[in-house]
Ligand binder design. Structure first.
Ligand code: ADP
Length: 347
């Protein structure tokens, strides 16, 4: 058998879709699996633009093959992307791309391998839905149990001994923690299932921060942590979703108190700049080791497992800030403390 024939057989029998393009992104080969995934025929796509056929756009950033292999000459392994089928449906695919060079090292085009992820995505969605329903159903028994414990503690069901009171207070604390985990998880699932869409309205950042600092002081005082507020002259008003931004401020303040040892301090700053509003929460706490920094905004990532938490607070904060067109970041020195900052555009 000729080398070319063997090559064609291998390419056609690959269990992944396969598209080769020249350096302008014009398709020069397309295998059987690619035909099955997309609904196109090889004849129908050869000589046409990969971008137009498989993404239905001229935007080069929409296609990993263009963005990485053709423009930057770099490889990309198993990245999630979407492609458009012949019938106009978009499907999720896992894409691997690479630039192609001839034997003299001249750039001649690129190759894309893609795997249909539709079924995998459906199963993942189903699994997440079941988990969310399960966690949601845990909420009511926890609230009911907390209610009864509060009644017992208030003495409404008769007098309690000191030991009984202490035990019930411990149970209540654990249930509070569980309720926090449930709330974080449900909020995270909601953002994952549907895009986080803030309902914008006039929002007075300073007033909101003052309110949250007062609430946070209750926990801070238990640890003898002082909270200072430094604010700008001007009244920092922006367009934002009050409920969602409250969640960001609460998460940052809660963390600052949680990860600061007794006797430390938390400083909250509000600054109005020309384009945006800057909020900073600085603590004198344990800090974050450099190797954790790239991951702390990822869902479920937890640096310190001996303290209670869900690993979702910062991921939720990031989703909310970015949905408002802002940015969130951290600077930290282990053993000295951390500063979490976020911006919200003024317009
Ligand atoms: P958690 O529920 O674990 O606090 P978060 O998403 O809020 O989850 O934070 C993720 C991780 O980032 C934490 O587990 C902790 O390691 C680190 N972290 C967050 N805030 C601070 C802080 N102010 N000081 C030190 N570490 C922090």
């Amino acid at each position: 058998m000729e080398k070319q024939q063997i090559y064609d057989i291998i390419i056609d029998n690959l269990p992944v879709g396969f598209s080769i393009v020249d350096k302008d992104g014009i398709i020069i080969d397309f295998n059987n699996t690619a035909e099955k995934i997309t609904g196109y025929t090889k004849k129908g796509v050869i000589g046409k633009s990969h971008l137009k056929m498989l993404h239905g756009t001229d935007d080069k950033d929409a296609c990993p093959l263009f963005k990485h292999a053709l423009q930057k000459h770099e490889q990309l392994i198993a990245t999630e992307a979407t492609i458009m089928k012949k019938n106009g449906d978009f499907i999720a695919v896992s894409v691997t791309t690479s630039p192609l060079f001839d034997s003299n090292g001249n750039f001649i085009g690129g190759i894309e391998l893609f795997r249909d992820m539709t079924e995998l995505k459906r199963l993942e969605r189903e699994r997440k839905n079941i988990l969310s329903m399960f966690v949601h159903d845990m909420k009511n028994p926890v609230i009911a149990a907390e209610g009864f414990i509060s009644r017992l503690l208030s003495g409404k069901a008769g007098p309690l001994s000191e030991t009984q009171k202490n035990y019930l207070e411990l149970v209540k604390e654990e249930l509070d923690g569980l309720q926090g985990l449930i709330t974080d998880f449900l909020e995270f699932s909601r953002f994952e299932a549907t895009e986080c869409k803030p309902v914008l309205g006039p929002f007075n950042m300073e007033a909101s921060m003052r309110k949250h600092i007062e609430i946070a002081k209750v926990e801070a005082e238990k640890k003898n942590i002082a909270i200072n507020f430094e604010t700008c002259e001007a009244e920092a008003v922006t367009n934002a979703d009050a409920m969602l931004i409250s969640r960001v401020i609460t998460n940052l303040l809660d963390n600052a108190i949680k990860y600061t040892n007794p006797g430390g301090a938390v400083t909250v700053r509000l600054d109005e700049r020309s384009e945006d509003i800057l909020v900073q929460v600085t603590d004198t706490g344990i800090g974050i080791p450099e190797e954790h920094l790239p991951y702390i905004f990822d869902a479920f990532y937890r640096g310190k497992r001996d303290l209670k938490g869900s690993g979702l607070g910062l991921s939720i904060a990031k989703t909310i800030v970015e949905a408002h067109g802002g940015r969130i970041w951290v600077e930290s020195i282990p053993g000295k403390g951390s500063t979490f900052s976020f911006t919200l555009p003024k317009k």
